[in-house]
Unconditional design. Sequence first.
Length: 297
Amino acid sequence: MNYKIIVWGIGAIYNKHLNILKYYELKNEIEIVGITATDIPKVRAIDGYQVISLNELTFLKYDYLLIMNDLHYFDIRERAIIIGVDERKILHYKFLELPNLVFADYIKLKKDRISIISNNCWGGTIYSTLGLECLSPFKNLFLKDDSYLRLLNNLDYYLNCEPVFMNWAVDPHSRNSYPVLRLDDVYVHCNHDMIPETAIRNWNRRRKKINMNNLFIEMYTDNIETAKCFKQLNNFENKICFVPFASNEKSLYYLKLFHGQSELWEAVISSARNGKNSISYNIVDLLNGKVVHRLKK
């Protein structure tokens, strides 16, 4: 499908990504129908793209507004919504940098409003890499294997439990103390929060956004028995468990450690980014239910 795109932004990020935009145009995946900015020069066109005023965003026909800005992204997004742009039409440019990306596959992911259930920071990292709104409370936290499997076996119940501060724990890497929340007999380690009330507030705020009709379940473990238990979860269609050993099981993904990595969690998090050691799989494909191994022997 050919999506009609209006670009907002003509600064450094636009210049760095111009060839990427041209690439997707050549593939006939997008058509740039206009370009605008907060301070647009008085010219007719930029790089062959028609310059439009911000007011024209309310009546021009287009599919998506692509914001080419990091520092002021949320300010621009808010202004676009005030002008009258449907927030569902707004895209963050970051996803354009993903390797092997098919534009339509990303749009499908955005439209489907996926909620990632994760036992570590993989889910939050994925949302950031894709430039998508986080629709899950499983961000900036981790759960130990036993708690996580209990939660997955009765997800609806535990998501309806009110979180209660249980105790403090110490991060073995940073040596910082952080709050542990309790959902009945499931323990949530909020290792990116310093205050229990903040951790509870963040959980409750994000919990309201979850889309139970489109869940993706992620886990990582180096324990074979835990991996077997994950594999046996039949109540989820889309799931993946990253493991440090070879397996032919569809739901188990053998993730290799790269140079400089000594623990599995390092490989898991780097695989969710778009940088060093992020070459194991195509993120969008994985979330859409297609496991594509980028590394071949």
